[in-house]
Design a protein around this ligand. Structure first.
Ligand code: DGY
Length: 326
């Protein structure tokens, strides 16, 4: 009998074809978001779950789905999965690193430029019919080229953003839990700073660190107070790394100049305070959303799931203990 797999959100036809070749697939092609109870109900009798980063898999869910052997996240960030709880129950957990690095780095740069050069504000002005012509002091922004870029989280995506930044003649400083290899630092021309020093020095702070209890509200009122009044904050990592209420306060009071955000606390709920501000560029968690990249993410997740259910070791296994234990 083929293994049974739930795909919790809509995926591409090619992704389904990959899975269908090996598994019996129940796919939510209507793309409605399942509540926890619906997810648990759908997972009954399934050995595999291909899930979105909006689906929470915790100990409670795992205990109600005892047949589950693999939870395959379509996304690199996996703070939606309690990996130790999976490991304790012998459930494999996987993610999709690598395939989205360049697209997220591109988008990060898009947000940097849009925020510094007030691009969405300008578009809104034009669309509103208020534009009376160009004048010297109209919507003056900040230059990106030559600015000091502070990257918080120097993993794959952070390093790729640093490479993009060198094309803009930027000075690159970074903070990471562990200092990166000296040779990589040198090749990126990136200088290490403590978080506090980086916040005080950078013209543009880009957050690319994973979300965990340790990074919860890593940027709150105290950290925003360390930033320059002319500084820009960009978050393409995860909601919860920034204290959104504190950020709204800082943007309103112009304690920092502007922000560009792709992620929010409690997505898809959204702090409406952002909507009253002109100095924030907002986008709905789109950093990886190019068609080739989203396809690569879905196919990678499918391959991870298939490997687990056919006796192999998934290439992106987050808890290798589960492979050695079986
Ligand atoms: C990821 O892969 O973690 C992106 O945020 C998409 O959800």
């Amino acid at each position: 009998m083929k293994p049974q797999v739930l795909v919790s959100r809509e995926v591409f036809d090619e992704t389904l074809a990959l899975l269908n070749a090996v598994c019996e697939v129940d796919s939510n092609q209507a793309d409605t978001r399942y509540s926890t109870d619906e997810l648990v109900a759908r997972l009954q009798g399934k050995q595999g779950a291909v899930i979105s980063t909006a689906d929470r898999i915790d100990a409670g869910v795992l205990d109600r789905c005892p047949g589950l052997r693999i939870v395959s996240n379509v996304g690199v960030g996996y703070n939606n999965i309690d990996v130790p709880a999976c490991t304790a129950r012998g459930v494999m957990a996987t993610n999709t690193p690598g395939v989205l690095t360049d697209s997220v780095a591109d988008y990060t740069f898009g947000l940097v430029i849009a925020t510094c050069r007030r691009m969405t504000e300008g578009e809104q002005h034009l669309r509103s019919g208020d534009w009376k012509g160009s004048f010297l002091k109209q919507m003056l922004g900040h230059d990106v080229h030559g600015a000091t870029l502070g990257i918080v989280g120097m993993g794959r995506i952070g390093q790729t953003v640093a490479r993009r930044a060198s094309g803009f003649d930027m000075k690159i400083i970074y903070h990471n839990r562990n200092r990166i290899d000296a040779a990589i630092e040198a090749s990126l021309k990136a200088e290490y700073r403590s978080l506090e020093a980086l916040l005080g020095e950078a013209d543009i702070v880009v957050l690319l660190t994973p979300y965990s209890p340790a990074s919860h509200h890593m940027i709150g009122a105290a950290q925003l107070a360390l930033m320059r009044p002319s500084a820009v904050l960009i978050n393409v990592a995860r909601g919860g790394i920034v204290d959104d209420a504190a950020l709204i306060g800082a943007l309103k009071a112009r304690r920092i100049w502007a922000a560009g955000l792709d992620v929010y606390e409690n997505e898809p709920a959204f702090n409406p305070g952002f909507l009253d501000l002109g100095n924030v560029v907002l986008s709905p968690h789109l950093a990886s959303a190019s068609e080739p990249t989203r396809k690569a993410m879905a196919h990678t997740a499918a391959r991870n799931c298939i490997a687990a259910l056919t006796g192999g070791v998934p290439p992106n296994l987050l808890n290798p203990e589960t492979a050695t234990a079986r």
